[in-house]
Design a protein around this ligand. Structure first.
Ligand code: ADP
Ligand code: MG
Ligand code: MG
Length: 838
């Protein structure tokens, strides 16, 4: 029921069923639909909500035997956000609601623990003011720091009742300053305010930013969970913590997590106090530890996935407050999949389904190339992978630097939800506070960014714009490197090296190969790329672009071909190019050792190979010639098959070079591909040319195939006619997106995309994930019409979409035979193809 109740609400209800009502505090959930109605009406309370909340509250009161905010024995509740997909820390939550000047005394008397009562009240006034009315969190922290300094103590827990009373008075003052009103003493007013605040937090800036980055639709809304409070701050046999059913960083089977005695949950995640490792729970309260371990196993079995939980212990009684499938770095995801199969928890298909294919990128990312670097400081290895770059101290600077193409490491004392955009922009994150469960660690792992947290020896002085370790002082712009796998930090210029694929990852990839039906090839133009792709499991080359072979020191020769004054000069220039091209092909064919290699004939507009007219002498014939070749819309101009029609000698040279190379390589498997075909006659003509050259070079029929890219709308609609001349189609989804949507790929990202996402026209770039209802339907029509003509027509997809998991799912269900993507996406495509098949 997560769509309706949000992930937290649905799982709290489910946990109550599995674990029993004495393990989960009671409560009720206001649905995401109510939030949507609230948003759509511009902030009016949805009809019927008040009555239903009153009704549900009455039942909770009856069940608990207490009344919300009662003067003698108050029921207190938390008001918790919870969206369909978890957005850790991005939405608001209010704890200890129901406390007032009167009920705090009742709670103190009833529990015989005034310190606890006043600690809860000061937390409530603080949180309610901050969350519901925007009282500055920084001001609040200042006041706490100031009071601790006056009392000469360092921990919140060392403040006594009078101190806490004083804080309540101070916070109420801040509240009055911010709102012009007194702090509400009516629990009903408090509850209404908190519910609205949770609704509002859905449209708050940090939640919106998080949704953009994680592609969560704005239209979902959040649920609101009103839940009876249990208290981790009641003394030394109480506490709060987070626990993962397995190690959340490497996926190994021992549960991991953090806890704090005598604390509410916020204290654990905020990094204000340094938490203790979950293993120490066994020394603190052995029975609770055993219960927790048992519950973690039960939940894992029930959900069939690694769990991330929050718990509170109240005077020795364990309560579970939340569970969800754990977000985890790629290596932990892979480790879990392999272990879950070995333990009989999941079958192979189900295990593979728990992996976020896109996250596997991180396994293919760099690590430190040497380990004998000078360690400047150490912190917690919070998110694996290594990164280096210039230091920046704010998220804003990180975003600005990334926009300029600079590589930066974001350095902060601790991070907050507002810093999320900076995470995205930075290569890596370094914090001086917090542990593995801190906000910085959580977000970094979710994004696949390397992170080192809690580096206690690093002193960060934001005001001075510097970080100090001992007597080393570093400023913004200085270079630093961090290793999120080990926790190491250094100023050495450590080389970053590409990773090896682990044995577990190989196992998973092997399972994927058995399950998938979609082939996976690679886009490669060089033998190096081809070799890398084979190592990653590519079954062939789906797109070998030939244009790169004409750049660099060959560009002048290519320019001669294009600018030749007469046929004779052109033939001479082409003859000079052919042996070079032949050698390129030979090397690639050898590397691919009999695997299919699709070679695309020249595609880009010719002027890309020419010097810029302004670099040529004014009035010179070369300049006039180059100017005459300039086009207003080069991407829609003289390119693709049009080159082959206008300048057949060029295509002929390429085909001759390819066939001559193939003749020298045993078992060469060549597929000649003609780009940008609109009309069947274009392909007919070029095919005739290819067949003639094959005869002239002595290549037998059947030793090669000829196909075309389908990358223009007309080609999709006329694919049945085109298929008469094609042995295969390869959908060029980049150009098909460009021409189908009329979006210039090179301009849309910078100008249009962000705005389109903001106003809800798009939720991601159509160049990243295929626009399935539009461009995707053209592709399906092309596939269907093509196969009407030739039942066994081979269909591939090349272009960025071939490495995108969501697009791969679509291609699988469109009857495509294989996708082709860049070498580093090949493992991701293998996993995504298996997930599409299960
Ligand atoms: P988030 O989504 O930001 O994690 P939660 O709704 O989970 O927000 O609340 C944050 C923390 O508040 C929890 O981890 C838990 O420690 C504490 N909390 C929430 N509800 C209760 C409750 N009913 N009793 C005790 N603590 C609670
Ligand atoms: Mg939570
Ligand atoms: Mg193209």
């Amino acid at each position: 029921m997560r769509d309706l109740l949000g992930g937290k609400g649905a799982n709290v209800a489910e946990m109550t069923r599995i674990l029993g009502a004495d393990r989960v505090p009671g409560g009720f959930t206001i649905t995401t639909e109510a939030c949507v109605a609230y948003m759509e009406s511009g902030g009016a309370t949805p009809a019927g909500l008040d009555a239903q909340v009153a009704d549900a509250l009455a039942r909770l009161e009856a069940q608990s035997g207490r009344t919300l905010g009662d003067a003698d024995d108050p029921l207190l509740v938390s008001v918790r956000s919870g969206a369909r997909e978890s957005m850790p820390g991005m939405l608001d939550t209010v704890l200890n609601l129901g406390l007032t000047d009167r009920s705090v005394e009742g709670l103190a008397a009833r529990t015989g623990n005034p310190r606890f009562a006043w600690d809860s009240y000061r937390r409530f006034v603080q949180m309610y003011g901050n969350v519901v009315h925007g009282v500055s969190g920084e001001r609040i922290e200042q006041e706490i720091r100031a009071l601790k300094a006056r009392r000469g103590v360092t921990e919140d827990t060392e403040l006594d009742v009078d101190d806490l009373r004083e804080l309540v008075t101070t916070f109420k003052g801040l509240y009055r300053e911010a709102t012009g009103e007194d702090f509400p003493q009516d629990p009903q007013v408090q509850l209404d305010g908190a519910i609205r605040a949770v609704f509002d937090s859905w449209t708050g800036e940090r939640a919106v930013t998080y949704r953009r980055l994680n592609r969560i639709p704005d239209s979902w809304g959040t649920a609101v969970n009103v839940q009876q409070m249990v208290f981790g701050n009641k003394g030394e046999t109480s506490g709060s913590g987070v626990a993962f059913s397995r190690d959340e960083v490497d996926g190994s089977p021992e549960p991991s997590g953090d806890f704090l005695p005598n604390a509410q949950g916020e204290d654990v995640v905020s990094g204000v106090r340094t938490p203790r490792d979950i293993r120490e729970l066994a020394d603190w309260q052995p029975a609770v530890h055993a219960q927790l371990m048992d519950i973690l196993r039960t939940l894992e079995r029930h959900y069939g996935d690694m769990q991330d939980t929050e718990f509170t212990v109240e005077e020795g009684h364990l309560y579970m407050l939340q569970t969800r499938n754990a977000k985890r770095p790629a290596q932990a995801a892979v480790r879990f999949a392999v272990d879950a199969v070995a333990e009989g928890l999941l079958d192979r298909g189900a295990a593979i389904a728990t992996i976020d294919a896109a996250s596997l990128d991180a396994l293919l990312h760099p690590t430190f190339g040497n380990l004998d670097y000078t360690v400047l400081a150490r912190g917690v290895a919070a998110s694996p992978g290594a990164a280096k770059g210039e230091i920046v101290f704010t998220a804003k600077e990180a975003v600005a630097a990334a926009a300029e193409g600079r590589e930066v490491v974001l350095v902060r004392p601790f991070t907050e939800a507002d810093d999320v955009a900076g995470f995205h922009a930075a290569r890596g994150i370094l914090t001086s506070e917090g542990g593995k469960a801190s906000h910085a660690a959580l977000v970094a792992r979710g994004m696949g960014r390397p992170a080192v947290t809690g580096a206690g020896d690093v002193e960060i002085d934001l005001a001075a714009g510097e970080m100090r370790v001992g007597d080393v002082v570093l400023r913004a712009g200085d270079r630093i490197a961090i290793n999120g796998t080990t926790g190491g930090i250094t100023t050495d210029d450590v080389p970053l090296v590409e990773p090896e694929i682990s044995a577990e990852f190989l196992t998973v990839l092997g399972w994927c190969d058995e399950l998938r039906t979609l082939g996976v090839r690679t886009n490669a133009d060089t033998p190096q790329d081809a070799a890398k792709a084979i190592e990653f499991g590519a079954e062939g080359i789906g797109l070998c672009r030939t244009e790169h072979m004409f750049l660099g020191d060959r560009q002048p020769v290519m320019a001669d071909v294009i600018l030749a004054a007469d046929d004779e000069a052109r033939t001479r220039a082409i003859d000079a190019l052919r042996p070079l091209q032949e050698a390129d092909f030979e090397e690639i064919l050898r590397t691919m050792a009999g695997r299919p290699v699709t070679v695309r004939l020249l595609d880009p507009p010719l002027h890309e190979f020419l010097p810029h007219p302004h670099d040529l002498p004014e009035g010179s014939p070369e300049r006039a010639r180059v100017e005459s070749l300039q086009e207003a819309n080069p991407m829609l101009g003289t390119r693709g098959v049009r080159l082959g029609i206008l300048m057949p000698a060029l295509y002929e040279m390429q085909v001759r070079a390819l066939f001559t190379a193939a003749a020298k390589v045993d078992g060469a498997n060549v597929e000649v591909m003609v780009p940008l075909v609109d009309y069947e006659r274009e392909l007919e003509l070029v095919r005739a040319l290819i067949e003639r050259v094959a005869q002239e070079t002595g290549v037998p029929d059947g030793a090669y195939t000829v196909g075309t890219m389908i990358e223009l709308p007309r080609a999709c609609f006329l694919a049945d006619a085109i298929a008469h001349y094609a042995d295969f189609f390869s959908f060029g989804t980049n150009d098909l997106t460009q021409t189908g949507l009329g979006f210039s790929r090179d301009d849309i990202e910078a100008r249009i995309l962000a705005r389109y996402i903001d106003v809800g026209i798009l939720d991601r770039s159509p160049f990243e994930t295929i626009d399935s209802p539009g461009v995707g339907q053209m592709l399906r029509m092309g596939a269907w019409l093509g196969r009407k003509t030739k039942r066994d027509l081979k269909l591939g997809v090349c272009g960025e979409h071939g490495g995108d998991p969501d697009s791969i799912d679509f291609f699988h269900h469109s009857g495509i035979d294989y996708v082709s993507c860049s070498p580093f996406r090949v493992p991701i495509a293998r996993v995504a193809a298996a997930q599409a098949a299960i």
